[in-house]
Design a protein around this ligand. Structure first.
Ligand code: SAM
Length: 211
């Protein structure tokens, strides 16, 4: 089933893209892209044979033809046409492992990591990959950040690395609440740690004013 996160991912796909959805799970995204003719071609892969079996069943149920691969990232995907890779619903370390296993011919990544977004943003730059756009979407009371990443250089700063470049005021308010909870939990004598998180709150408030 397409949720807000998968729709946000689909919004970054263009009709000229040849897409591989790694971590496809039940292939909802690939089916949606194919059914609505939103890209040139789409393939689906997953490391888990059970997930892939359900994906194949869903693809057949939708009366579509989508080639699937059982693969850890792109390690056993022998397809030279792919230029766009989706990596979503896994942690930052897996995202980075998958990027390392990908050929240099990949022009575009669409990424939604389950965790450590600031670390991921920082690391992507080390691989000469740059976040062009980001959206933060709310789905079932949880925020998901989706990043459009290419090799085109983009200047970033501390704030875009830490908090991203989505223009979603509600998401920034959500980050402020998280920071407030962190401050509440830090003992009063840990002055520097408390200061750092209070500074984060001030920065987020400034970012909201600029939107
Ligand atoms: C939570 S599901 C995400 C499904 C969908 N991409 C989404 O974002 O809603 C995570 C999927 O990633 C797959 N996965 C985890 N590590 C992987 C890897 N290294 N390569 C390919 N698939 C992986 C799991 O088997 C699982 O099906």
């Amino acid at each position: 089933m397409m949720n807000q996160k998968l729709k946000a991912i689909a919004s970054f796909v263009s009709k000229y893209d040849t897409v591989l959805d790694t971590c496809c799970d039940h292939a909802y995204l690939a089916i949606y892209l194919k059914k609505n003719k939103l890209c040139k071609e789409v393939y689906a892969s997953d490391i888990n044979p059970n997930a892939l079996a359900v994906a194949k069943k869903n693809i057949a149920g939708a009366k579509l033809e989508i080639k699937t691969y059982l693969s850890d990232g792109l390690k056993t995907v022998d397809n030279k046409d792919i230029d766009t890779v989706v990596i979503a619903g896994v942690g930052a370390d897996t995202v980075l492992d998958i990027i390392r296993s990908a050929p240099s011919s990949i022009k575009k990544y669409i990424i939604s990591s389950n965790n450590h977004l600031a670390y991921l943003r920082h690391k992507l730059r080390k691989y000469n990959l740059y976040i062009q756009e980001e959206v933060a979407v709310l789905d079932k009371h949880k925020y998901y950040v989706v990043m459009l990443v290419t090799k085109d250089y983009v200047k970033d700063n501390r704030n875009t690395i830490r908090f991203g470049k989505s223009k979603n005021v509600e998401y920034f308010r959500h980050l402020i609440k998280k920071e407030e909870k962190v401050v509440d939990r830090i003992p009063k004598n840990k002055v520097f740690r408390r200061f750092r998180h209070k500074q984060n709150i001030k920065t987020l408030q400034k970012l909201i004013k600029r939107i």
